[in-house]
Design a protein around this ligand. Structure first.
Ligand code: APR
Length: 238
């Protein structure tokens, strides 16, 4: 069977790049109300507040750089594919640090901070600057319809068919820097285990899907991910 590696990442992989996690002490949701800022209802009620929240995160992202964990995952993709394996990285993160590090077989299941979407025509475009409800759609021309291309609570994540297809054929699965509290990503470890994959959790501490992991490694992602990636390559090269 071809070695098929599926990796799920969460906010912990970007923490050392200076981007906040959500549920750690002083996490994003301890400072901001997710119901007002990360739901369709919150956007309908106060779009300016939602745009302000994501504009601030977009400005923060412009100051952030990929860290050693992002670099190791990009190198792992290239080397794994070169050895004839299948590789897919599914991230819950809306930052572009995996993209900038060089990962290409990549799904942003919760959308992308550097993209905007028109509520009227559905067109998605790049968005590196502040976004406001006053912006008009560059495709259909309508005003007042632009929103962040981010999946909010209660909305359908992106790329699930491709993700589950990869999980069904996975020989190896790793969850990196995620608390395993948000579905459907929280169910990926169980799906991989059911497919017979060897599963690994890499984080600061055990998440909520702990009993589905064969192996664990705890510590800062910038230290434990490069070590783990090297061990994976040794295994696939053996
Ligand atoms: N290195 C490795 N892991 C870390 C580090 C680090 N430096 N810092 C924190 N972590 C771990 C934490 O221990 C925790 O398990 O990263 C995880 C972060 O968990 P959350 O803050 O819940 O983030 P995440 O799992 O990505 O949240 C999932 O929830 O709010 C939504 O859409 C949002 O995509 C997000 C989703």
């Amino acid at each position: 069977m071809r070695p098929s590696l599926v990796i799920l990442t969460g906010a912990g992989v970007s923490a050392e790049s200076g981007l906040g996690t959500f549920r750690d002490t002083d996490g994003v949701w301890s400072k901001f109300d997710w119901q007002k800022l990360a739901t369709p209802e919150g956007f309908a009620e106060d779009p300016a507040a939602v745009h302000g929240f994501y504009n601030a995160r977009r400005q923060g992202l412009a100051r952030a750089e990929p860290n050693a964990a992002h670099a190791a995952l990009a190198e792992l993709e290239a080397a794994w594919l070169a050895r004839g394996g299948d590789f897919l990285l599914v991230t819950q993160n809306i930052d572009d640090l995996h993209d900038r590090a060089g990962n290409r077989a990549l799904i942003h299941m919760h959308g992308e901070l550097l993209k905007a979407r028109c509520n009227a025509c559905g067109t998605v475009r790049d968005c590196h600057d502040d976004l406001s409800i006053a912006d008009s759609c560059t495709a259909c021309g309508r005003d007042g319809q632009m929103r962040p291309h981010v999946v909010w609570f209660g909305e359908m994540p992106l790329g699930l068919e491709q993700a589950y297809g990869a999980l069904e054929n996975a020989t190896h699965f790793a969850a990196i820097g995620t608390s395993g509290t948000v579905w459907p990503a929280a169910g990926f470890a169980e799906a991989a285990k059911a497919a017979g994959a060897r599963t690994c959790e890499l984080s600061l501490e055990a998440g909520e899907s702990g009993h589905f992991f064969d192996d664990t490694a705890y510590g800062p992602a910038s230290r434990i991910v490069p070590d783990w990636a090297k061990a994976m390559l040794d295994e696939v090269s053996a």
